[in-house]
Design a protein around this ligand. Structure first.
Ligand SMILES: NC(=O)c1ccc[n+]([C@@H]2O[C@H](COP(=O)([O-])OP(=O)(O)OC[C@H]3O[C@@H](n4cnc5c(N)ncnc54)[C@H](O)[C@@H]3O)[C@@H](O)[C@H]2O)c1
Ligand SMILES: O[C@H]1[C@H](O)[C@@H](O)[C@H](O)[C@@H](O)[C@H]1O
Length: 338
C-alpha cells in the first residue's frame, strides 16, 4: 500500500519533508498540499516535481477523499485547528512541534483523541529517532551506569533570526530537551527553575541569552541545561547522564579528526537541519510504516501536552524567579508508555 499524504504548510520544514518523502523514503507519496501563501505551495509542487493538488485551505486537504493521512507543518498557532480537524476526520496526523502553542490547546487535542477512541496523532520530536540518543538510551536502560542521578545538557545555536523572540529559547529550542529527556530517563518532571546568566552582548538587544534551566523529575533526577542560541561557534547539542557507577555522553556527530597546519581539529556543524538529518528521515519512515499498519508508536499527543505544560512552567519560572511545580493529570491508560 502507498500512503497518500496531504501537507499543510510548505515553508522550510514542510518542503524538507515533502522532499524526503518523495526522494528518500518509501511507502508514501504527497497527493495534496496547501499553504496560506498559495504561490509558494504551487512553487514547491513544481520544484519538487510532485503530482499533488494545491488546495485553498488545510481543511480542504484533510477532507480530500484521496488523502489517507496528514502532515501539519504550518506555524505553531495553526496546529490545534488542523490536528483537531484530522481527528474529526478519523485520519492519522503527524504534527511538527509544538503540538499546539498552549497547554490548554494540547489538552483539547488529547481529549478529542481519547473521545475518538484510537491514537491518531504523532508529534515531530525527532530527537527520539537520533542514533546517538538511541545509543545513549540503550546504555541507561541496560543499567550500564547504574541508576541515573543527574543530567547535564547544552543546546547551542550559532545564531537565530529576527523571528526568534521572547521566550522561544524555552518554548522552541529547549522543548526538544524537554521531550527527549523524559523519553531517555523514562520519567516525568515535577518542577522547573530558570536562572539567567550574564547576557551575551552578541544577541539581539531584546533577547535574553543564554538561559540555565533546572528540572527535577519524579524519581529525583536533577537536570541542568544551558540554552545559548547566539553562541556563534556552531550548532552544538550536548547531553551527559551521570549514574551511580559511571557517566554516559551523547555521541558527537561523525567528523574526521584532522592534524594539519600544526592543529588537531574536527568540524562542528552549524545547521540544526544537518545535525538531525537522519533523525527526520527515520522519524517519518517509521511514522509511514506504522501508519500503514494502523499503529502509532512515536511521540504522542500526551507527550506534546506534557512538553507544553513543562515549557509553560519554565516560562513562569523565568519571569517569576521561582521554582514552579509541574503538575499534570494522571497519565490515561490510553497513552500507556510503550
Ligand atoms: N522538529 C524540528 O526540529 C523543527 C524544525 C523547524 C521547524 N519545526 C516546526 O515546524 C513548524 C513550521 O516551521 P518552519 O520552520 O517550516 O516555518 P516556516 O515559516 O518556514 O513555514 C511555515 C509555513 O506555514 C504556512 N502557514 C502558516 N499558517 C498556515 C495556515 N493556517 N494554513 C496553511 N499554511 C500556513 C506559512 O505560510 C509558511 O509557509 C513550526 O511549528 C516549527 O516549530 C520543527
Ligand atoms: O526551530 C529550531 C529547531 O527546532 C531546532 O531543532 C532547534 O535546535 C533550534 O534551537 C530551533 O530554533
Amino acid at each position: 500500500m502507498t500512503l497518500q499524504l496531504g501537507v499543510i504548510g510548505t515553508g522550510a520544514i514542510g518542503r524538507d519533508h515533502i522532499h524526503r518523502i518523495t526522494n528518500k523514503l518509501s511507502g508514501a507519496k504527497i497527493v495534496a498540499v496547501t499553504d496560506v501563501n498559495s504561490e509558494q505551495a504551487h512553487a514547491v509542487v513544481k520544484a519538487e516535481n510532485i503530482n499533488a493538488k494545491v488546495y485553498k485551505t488545510g481543511h480542504d486537504v484533510i477532507n480530500a477523499s484521496d488523502v489517507d493521512a496528514i502532515l501539519v507543518t504550518s506555524w505553531g498557532p495553526s496546529h490545534e485547528e488542523f490536528v483537531l480537524a484530522s481527528i474529526a476526520a478519523g485520519k492519522p496526523v503527524f504534527c511538527e512541534k509544538p503540538l499546539a502553542t498552549t497547554a490548554a490547546a494540547c489538552k483539547r487535542i488529547v481529549d478529542a483523541e481519547i473521545a475518538h477512541g484510537k491514537q491518531l496523532v504523532q508529534v515531530g520530536f525527532m530527537r527520539r529517532y537520533d542514533q546517538g540518543y538511541r545509543a545513549l538510551k540503550k546504555v541507561i536502560d541496560n543499567g550500564q551506569i547504574g541508576e541515573a542521578l543527574m543530567v547535564h545538557c547544552a543546546h547551542r545555536n550559532p545564531s537565530v533570526d529576527s523571528t526568534y523572540t521572547g521566550d522561544m529559547a524555552l518554548t522552541d529550542s529547549f522543548v526538544h530537551e524537554i521531550d527527549v529527556l523524559r523519553w531517555l530517563l523514562n520519567d516525568d518532571y515535577i518542577s522547573a527553575q530558570v536562572i539567567l546568566p550574564r547576557r551575551t552582548r552578541l544577541a539581539d538587544k531584546n533577547l535574553q541569552d543564554p538561559h540555565f534551566v533546572l528540572l527535577e523529575t519524579k524519581q529525583g533526577i536533577r537536570i541542568d541545561a544551558e540554552i545559548f542560541v547566539t553562541c556563534k561557534y556552531g550548532y552544538d547539542i550536548q547531553c551527559q547522564v551521570v549514574g551511580e557507577t559511571g557517566t554516559a555522553n551523547l555521541p558527537e556527530p561523525l567528523s574526521v579528526l584532522m592534524r594539519s597546519e600544526a592543529k588537531l581539529s574536527t568540524e562542528i556543524l552549524t545547521d540544526w537541519k544537518k545535525r538531525f538529518l537522519s533523525s527526520y528521515d527515520s522519524e517519518l519512515q517509521e511514522w509511514i510504516d506504522s501508519t500503514i499498519k494502523g499503529e502509532m508508536h512515536g511521540p504522542s499527543a500526551w507527550d506534546g501536552y506534557f512538553a507544553s505544560v513543562t515549557a509553560d512552567a519554565c516560562v513562569a519560572a523565568k519571569h517569576s524567579g521561582n521554582i514552579i511545580p509541574i503538575t499534570m493529570p494522571e497519565r490515561p491508560a490510553f497513552y500507556a508508555r510503550k
